[in-house]
Design a protein around this ligand. Sequence first.
Ligand SMILES: [Zn+2]
Length: 139
Amino acid sequence: MRIAGQCHCGNIAFTLDWRPEPEEIPARACTCSFCTSHGGVWTACPGGVLRISQRERQHVSNYEFGTKTAQFHVCAICGVVPVATSRIDGRLYAVVNVNTFRNVPAEMLRRAPVTFDEEAESERLARRQRNWIGDVVFV
Ligand SMILES: [Zn+2]
């Protein structure tokens, strides 16, 4: 399945080839303070291929907080956060915000809250390497 997503104004856009073909897509409402305030709901598939474009790079803010191991790509024009990335051992991993999907039927999304507050940093990075999209390129 090729998923297309973008921020509200289209400054940040992505395509995600979800492999293998999904029956449903997990949608994790992260309960951290940043995602709560943005309404961020994230998903990833480890075998996926993600291509991200930024029309006006100077209008993308890469926000970090806490352990500063992930970057939230915030559109500085419209304020939407379509993508978060994490560079681990030289490789870029990512999750995408299901609220920015353009072509996925709502009934495919399996929404559930999730919290990672208790997780140690090493556990967090290992989880991202297992679960996040592992083929990520800014084009
Ligand atoms: Zn935007």
